[in-house]
Ligand binder design. Sequence first.
Ligand SMILES: Nc1nc2c(c(=O)[nH]1)N[C@H]1C(S)=C(S)[C@@H](COP(=O)(O)OP(=O)(O)OC[C@H]3O[C@@H](n4cnc5c(=O)[nH]c(N)nc54)[C@H](O)[C@@H]3O)O[C@H]1N2
Ligand SMILES: Nc1nc2c(c(=O)[nH]1)N[C@H]1C(S)=C(S)[C@@H](COP(=O)(O)OP(=O)(O)OC[C@H]3O[C@@H](n4cnc5c(=O)[nH]c(N)nc54)[C@H](O)[C@@H]3O)O[C@H]1N2
Ligand code: SF4
Ligand SMILES: [Mo]
Length: 814
Amino acid sequence: MTSETRDSINDIWGERTPHGAGQAWPARVDERVSETPERWVRGACVLCSNGCGLDIGVKDGRIVGVRGLASDMTNKGRLGPKGLHGWEANNSGDRLVRPLVRRDGQLREASWDEAMSLIVRKSQELVEEHTSGAVGFYTSGQLFLEEYYTLAVIGKAGLGTPHMDGNTRLCTATAAAALKESFGSDGQPGSYEDLDVTDCVMHVGHNVASQQTVLWTRILDRLAGPNPPKIIVIDPRRTFTAEQATVHLAPKVGTNVAVLNGLLHLIIQAGKTDPAFLQAHTVGYENLNRVVEKYTPEYVEELSGVPAADLRAAGEILANTKTLVSTVLQGVYQSMQATAAAVQVNNIHLIRGLIGKPGSGILQMNGQPTAQNTRETGADGDLPGFRNWGNPEHIGQLAKLWNVPFNKIPHWSPPTHAMQIWRYCEQGSIKMLWISATNPAVSLPDLGRIRRILQKEDLFVIVQDAFLTETARYADVVLPAAIWGEKTGTFTNVSRTVHISCKAVEPPGEARSDLDIFLDYARRMDFRDQDGQPLVKWHDPESAFEAWKECTRGRPCDYTGLTYEKLLAGSGIPWPVNEGHPDGTVRLYTDFVFPTHADDAETYGQDFDTGASVTPEEYKANDPQGRALIKATDYREPHEVPDEDYPLWLTTGRQVYHFHTRTKTGRSSALNAAAPDAFVQLSPEDAARYGIKEGDWVLVESRRGLVIERARLGNTEPGLVFIPWHYGSWDDPSRPRAANELTLTEWDPVSKQPHFKYAAVRISRYAADALPTPGLLGRAVEVARHLVSGEKERTSFASESGVPQPKTTQRVDG
Ligand SMILES: Nc1nc2c(c(=O)[nH]1)N[C@H]1C(S)=C(S)[C@@H](COP(=O)(O)OP(=O)(O)OC[C@H]3O[C@@H](n4cnc5c(=O)[nH]c(N)nc54)[C@H](O)[C@@H]3O)O[C@H]1N2
Ligand SMILES: Nc1nc2c(c(=O)[nH]1)N[C@H]1C(S)=C(S)[C@@H](COP(=O)(O)OP(=O)(O)OC[C@H]3O[C@@H](n4cnc5c(=O)[nH]c(N)nc54)[C@H](O)[C@@H]3O)O[C@H]1N2
Ligand code: SF4
Ligand SMILES: [Mo]
């Protein structure tokens, strides 16, 4: 007997609760339960970066629903479709409940002691034979802060390996890079509360209506109230967000820098910069002025296809608005010139002095719920507490805190980024890869290559997950993880707001929290500090949180004033929280002083075209000393562009009802029914050209692979096709359908974030009547074999059983 306060599947955002500029956003409590709960446990939603506060309903030791938390500053009680439905995955019958170890080529159940002993033996052998450089970690944006910090200390001070990164590299590495390049450090300048007062919101490459549905209700409620803000959307597709825009610019994929330079040009031409602000609080304006001079609306139209008149309309709004909130996400971060483009959005705010004031803020968005914490704790290769790996003083602080030798902490070169970690696995220098809470066999670019790497005999693969994912099937050891609702921890949303999410129920079977797994590993590896004491001195979430607080003391992300108790009081709290700001900090940089001083900065910066690091000496010679940096750049064409063989652009992205590789949302019946399969979206013009009708099967090929999808017509420009990348093979191995079969192995030179947003493809109608069997298996396999065998290895879709083929020979455990 499901009871719900609203039908979020058919009405994604729910009823309007209008509010005018400066009025508080009214509460609206959304709830959905399958039975009446016996008790409610405090939590927060982990199905996107919004981090909505909620309570978890429990009955008979099972999760039976959720309700939004009216007092939480993030959502005032609202929850979106994923939040209201995603918890069903916890109760799914196919959770992993025991560790698995590969024996005789097969994954077989094992005890925790067997699995962990094997991992420890393997680690020790590799470190002895090859140094800790043979061990790599690939983690997530979906664990809790306490788990990442423990992992970071294990990697940096226990093993001393530079090879640790998160899937945050695919997600928000550019957010971090853009904030560091402009303001000296990671940390969002603005706040969601700026949306409640602003006159203008600009979304660049961000489909917020689908991807942070509750944040979008906040904006919809402003649009329904008095003095609504103007909305500018820059997205090549007519998304739900674009439908509400005052001005929608639809550029060709990969041309963000051209468009943003054009907007900067128009603001400068209109004489609407803030010279006093520029003079007092920034460096680099003259160079920007010089670079953007040639980006006239006509030139931008030539480069990007955006009509000059539309660009002028957007430029006029930006030149005159008194306040501005900008959000930036994957249409920028996963595209050409990612960091360079994201920084141009910062520059729009800087030249107009629209930062650090109510209604003016920048949200270089996160996507995953806990990506901010991967970055803060250094589980992604950054250094904990936004420290600078190029600054010996910062390394010294960590060495002292952890009581380990200075040189134990890897800092001799930039930390290895995820794409390079995979390259080292491919080349064989990394021999053990520990993957936690991510599913790279669906989410990384060029999946044929990723499968070949995972299959390598000389790579020992550990996968820590709640489900037997496409990736887990290739593992040597699978560790069953407890997930949200089954463990306690904290995490931080885009608006720097820290939430606690508590354990409501026991995990199924023998599943353990990631924290317990990492602590167990540290104990078994016997990592020690310089005094012979255990390196990892905490034993549960709260003691880990207390240890983390010390690591942040005096840093921009200062957590020292937070406690679990405070976080349980009814709302998330934005950092920094310390003696000076006991109740948290809504907005950064209200004094217009930025952490760019050479002693504070998290980076000395990089060249936008080459990625070459600025040396400490070079930086110090021009120390901005608290002023923001304005960095300019010219437009560069994408590396792969449509040609005769592959005449169309492909871009990839998300749908409102699914989260990533659907391990959770695919196990909720309503979400799954709402979006059961992948598709290829194409313009009616292209459909007509290729003789394709709505619902036809379409073969989509790139230089790397192929997929077969149903056609959906409309809402995209001619020449551009779109595939949602959520769909791997765990629930339908009958045909290749994962968008990443097609994507490129290429990344931004600064942030190292891969380019998921463009590739050249060709399409053709795929005749269903040619199929030997109902469904597509036979023909798809044939096509896949034909195209992928020979020079390349066989695609794993060719297996009879329909699941990716596991490694066949017996492996290391002997
Ligand atoms: N429902 C749902 N919500 C989610 C997620 C999910 O999987 N499902 N995932 C979460 C995560 S981890 C993330 S990172 C976020 C991602 O959130 P978004 O970044 O909003 O999502 P995407 O669909 O990946 O990409 C956004 C838009 O970029 C556009 N785009 C493509 N190329 C270009 C370009 O060259 N320029 C511009 N300006 N735009 C371009 C696409 O058309 C697309 O609409 O969503 C979070 N929220
Ligand atoms: N083509 C294309 N590819 C993309 C993108 C795109 O836009 N286009 N977007 C990229 C982006 S932004 C992102 S964020 C990535 C996401 O890519 P992935 O990280 O691969 O996606 P998820 O499906 O979220 O995988 C998370 C895994 O962690 C497991 N899990 C959940 N909670 C826990 C936990 O508490 N502990 C453990 N141990 N496991 C847990 C889930 O079951 C799931 O298998 O994909 C990237 N790939
Ligand atoms: S907006 Fe994000 S955090 Fe909020 S309920 Fe939806 S998925 Fe969860
Ligand atoms: Mo992401």
